[in-house]
Design a protein around this ligand. Structure first.
Ligand code: KG4
Ligand code: ZN
Length: 345
């Protein structure tokens, strides 16, 4: 094996501490993800201060585990990559500090990754190097973004949520229904026994041309349905298991309607026939079914990220190879950019 063919990618943008060893063919030699779900569960969402402290505790063992599983040593690495944007500032800084230290000590190139672009690159890893140009949708706890993906390194944001992200809505609705955290998988399970037509929840912007999203009205509609409208809480019907299932299924259907509808509009607007979908919410079975239906009816090539590459991980950091091959490396004064890089059009 050529020792120059292995890259270490580090991911610590939110509440997962992750590291992966990736070869030049974009194959995953090892991928380690330490989830903090159990630490944030009782708060129903990620607490930034807890997240960054845990990253500090876990980052070195996670890197060591990734090297051990790939059966290599630090000296075998030819580059180190890290997600520097967007994310929680304290969390991002832990990964960046680890990556800079390795770059300096091992004297290897440092590569900055955009976490959201990496979510889309997970589709390239599954679909091959001919997936671009394409429309890209990233749906996660922090993002609901549509991209014009011109190549493996050119992603232009063309639409995003104006309030909550889709995954955030899943998490908040799960909390309203008492289903636990993270909400996505819990809602998906509860929805299996429910009627998706039981409640007509709002589908914001669905019939407008703009490629933006809004989920906070949907979340409020669910809240009023479950707890009663303000001032009339006493009239709210009992929250039986069947009612929970019906609300979960109707909510999920509303989110999926909007996500698939906007993907269809974006493919039409850009005249693209490839659709890439990544991020934690892309693990949702109903969304995957409806995207497959869309792809059939609109003759699109659909690539949804494999489930293990949907939620946060470092393997999707294979996008760093694209940058390394183009000489796009960073100096040691590299900084983090917590906010989302906005659309230019
Ligand atoms: O990509 P990710 O791990 O982290 C962020 O970058 O935000 O996404 C996590 C989000 C959470 O909001 C979680 O509830 C949601 O993805 N999620 C799901 C499913 N699995 C995870 N949402 C719907 N259905 C799922 N099966
Ligand atoms: Zn993510």
């Amino acid at each position: 094996m050529h020792t120059t063919d292995l890259l270490l990618a580090i991911e610590s943008t939110c509440d997962e501490t992750a590291a992966a060893v990736l070869d030049r063919e974009r194959r995953v030699r090892s991928s380690v993800v330490a989830s903090q779900d159990e630490l944030h569960e009782r708060f129903g969402g990620v607490v930034p201060e807890i997240a960054s402290r845990e990253h500090v505790r876990r980052i070195l063992p996670v890197i060591e585990e990734a090297l051990a599983r790939a059966e290599i040593r630090l000296n075998d690495l030819c580059a180190v990559a890290v997600a520097t944007q967007p994310g929680l500032v304290g969390s991002l800084l832990v990964g960046l500090t680890a990556a800079k230290t390795l770059s300096l000590v091992l004297d290897i190139p440092l590569i900055a990754i955009d976490h959201v672009e990496a979510h889309l690159y997970a589709c390239r890893m599954a679909g091959g190097d001919d997936v671009f140009p394409a429309v890209g949708l990233v749906v996660s706890g922090g993002h609901t973004n549509l991209y014009d993906c011109r190549s493996a390194v050119e992603y232009e944001l063309v639409g995003s949520t104006i309030d909550d992200a889709a995954g955030e809505a899943f998490d908040k609705v799960a909390k309203i229904l008492g289903l636990g955290y993270p909400g996505g998988p819990a809602i998906e399970r509860a929805a299996r026994g429910g009627n998706p037509q039981a409640f007509a929840f709002p589908r914001t912007f669905l019939h407008e041309e703009r490629l933006d999203f809004s989920f906070s009205g949907l979340k409020t509609a669910v809240l009023y349905e479950v707890r009663g409208v303000p001032g009339r809480e006493a009239q709210a019907p009992e929250l039986t298991e069947q009612r929970i299932a019906d609300v979960a299924a109707s909510f999920q259907e509303a989110v999926v309607d909007v996500l698939t509808g906007k993907c269809r509009q974006a493919c039409e607007q850009f005249s693209y026939n490839t659709l890439l979908v990544g991020g934690g919410v892309a693990a949702n079975t109903r969304l995957r079914e409806r995207l497959a239906e869309l792809a059939r009816s609109a003759s699109l090539r659909l690539i949804v990220a494999p489930r293990e590459l949907c939620t946060d991980n470092a393997a999707m950091g294979a996008i760093a190879w694209e940058k390394l091959e183009r000489g796009q490396t960073s100096d040691l004064d590299l900084d983090v950019t917590p906010g989302l890089v906005r659309a230019t059009r």
